[in-house]
Design a protein around this ligand. Structure first.
Ligand code: GLN
Length: 482
């Protein structure tokens, strides 16, 4: 199977493969493996085949390859795709066919990518294991008894299982980086505003990000290159110029400073993960980076802060799913009020309901100042921690997830322990800074371990450069045995 866009494009140019043949290979593999892994919720086969043939015609007519010509892409099912069912992993949207396409997706498609299908995820992206999908739990290709992480578990598992070359996920509190870590692939959460959120079905609008997943840093960079930049359809998208990520990816990391926050190595971190992360940081030093200790003193408040702000925003965003404006409507008869109640009762799963209730509570008149307003102040402190730390370093390194992939069912009945799996990732969402996870080792049980790097606003180039330089010297060649 393919492992990079560059080698695929070489093969297309040399005529040793075609886009159509490549897509056929992926779909055959999907047909064989998807029933047991539950990675895709919908396939786009017919449209993908026609598109593949169109791109093959472009190539044989001598047109230069577009940046993502023929690239097999999986799209998380919270991103709207015109004419292609988009469920958010929820019963309430099980029949929803969007009339438009998310900007991030349409930019990739314009650059030549071929959508293979829509990937499984936790309902409305709420979760860390994919078990909150209303349809089925996706499984981790490294060990199908384990979760792939979440909420973009299907997208990460698709790349790891070679059921897509690249994928799109979304990250509100870690949902690109944590499954990337658990599945042994690269996953990037860009800076807030770097990629348009238009057409991303909102969970927490001030925290939601669209990000790429791939086997190598260079491919994540290629995807971001195409997706990034101002979009008139998203008022929060940034005007900040988009640098040429591939131009700097080859640069050495010599002299760059890596901050290691002491708060990231305290209780709750699995000793095997801790060891692998320390070893990876030593390797960064070996590549010429300077290691400095930094402190993020408010980190311990991040989970509480996140679960107030994210639920508040979710309770407001999800109000539109009421059986009138969007989504499933109950078939049971009753008054208008009963219709709303039954529709939402039938349509939403338990985790989504829990968050709507929590969010409604923290926004309610008597509690707004005590919870929501206070959480906003804590959010500012968390961002200030990073700004201060970045005075002393160029990137911050640490674990992506406190553990490797856990077993299905292991945390399903304990929401709090599930929430704790986001401990290292949610601060970047609250602070709006970019973060990447890439594989740096394998545990004794044969499961991947991810290193997370975070950078100042709009310095994704550092993240790609570090990851690429690490890959050059320490390539991650392990593959799931499926
Ligand atoms: N696991 C976190 C949550 O459940 C983050 C999810 C996400 O990033 N979409 O909210």
């Amino acid at each position: 199977m393919l492992d990079s866009i560059a080698s695929y494009h070489e093969a297309l140019r040399a005529g040793t493969t075609t886009v159509r043949a490549t897509c056929d290979t992926y779909f055959e593999r999907i047909e064989r493996l998807n029933p047991s892994l539950g990675i895709y919720l919908a396939l786009n086969r017919e449209a993908a085949e026609a598109r593949a043939e169109g791109i093959d015609r472009e190539i044989s007519s001598g047109r230069p390859l577009r940046p993502l010509a023929g690239v097999p892409l999986a799209v998380k099912d919270v991103l709207s795709t015109k004419g292609l069912r988009t469920t958010c992993g929820s019963r309430i949207l099980h029949e929803y066919i969007p009339p438009f396409t998310a900007t991030a997706v349409s930019r990739l498609v314009e650059a030549g990518a071929v959508i293979l299908g829509k990937t499984n995820c936790d309902e409305f992206a709420m979760g860390s294991s994919n078990e909150n999908s209303a349809f089925q739990a996706a499984r981790n290709p490294w060990n199908p008894e384990c979760v792939p992480g979440g909420s973009s578990g299907g997208s990460a598992a698709a790349v790891a299982a070679r059921l897509a070359l690249v994928a799109l996920g979304t990250d509100t509190g870690g949902s690109v980086r944590q499954p990337a870590s658990l599945c042994g692939v690269v996953g990037l959460k860009p800076t807030y505003g770097r990629v348009s959120r238009y057409g991303l079905i909102a969970f927490g609008s001030s925290l939601d990000h669209v990000g790429p997943l791939s086997l190598r840093a260079a491919d994540a960079a290629r995807l971001l290159q195409v997706m990034a930049g101002r979009d008139p359809l998203d008022a929060t998208s940034s005007n900040e110029p988009v640098p040429d990520y591939l131009a700097t990816i080859e640069h050495s990391v010599k002299g760059l400073r890596v901050g290691v926050p002491r708060e990231y190595f305290s209780k709750g971190l699995d000793p095997e993960v801790s060891e692998a992360i320390h070893a990876a940081i030593d390797r960064l030093a070996g590549l010429g980076a300077e290691i400095v200790e930094v402190s993020l003193p408010h980190s311990e408040y991040a989970i509480a802060c996140y679960y107030i702000i994210a639920t508040a925003e979710a309770s407001s965003n999800l109000a539109r799913f009421d059986g009138v404006r969007f989504g499933h409507r109950t078939r049971r008869r009753g008054s208008l009020r009963e219709m709303y109640k039954r529709t939402r009762d039938e349509g939403f799963g338990p985790e989504v309901k829990r968050r709507i209730m929590l969010g409604t509570y923290v926004l309610s008149a008597g509690y707004y100042d005590a919870y929501y307003a206070k959480a906003q102040r804590v959010r500012t402190l968390l961002r200030r921690d990073f700004i201060k730390a970045f005075e002393r370093c160029d990137v911050i390194a640490g674990p992506t997830s406190p553990t490797v992939a856990f077993k299905l069912g292991e945390k399903a009945d304990d929401p709090l322990s599930m929430y704790l799996s986001d401990i290292y990732t949610i601060t970047a969402n609250l602070a709006a800074i970019p973060g990447i996870s890439f594989p740096c080792g394998v545990s004794g049980s044969g499961l991947p371990i991810g290193l997370q790097l975070q950078a100042p606003d709009f310095r994704e180039e550092f993240l790609f450069r570090f990851t690429h330089q690490y890959e050059q010297t320490y390539p991650f060649n392990a593959e799931p045995n499926i």
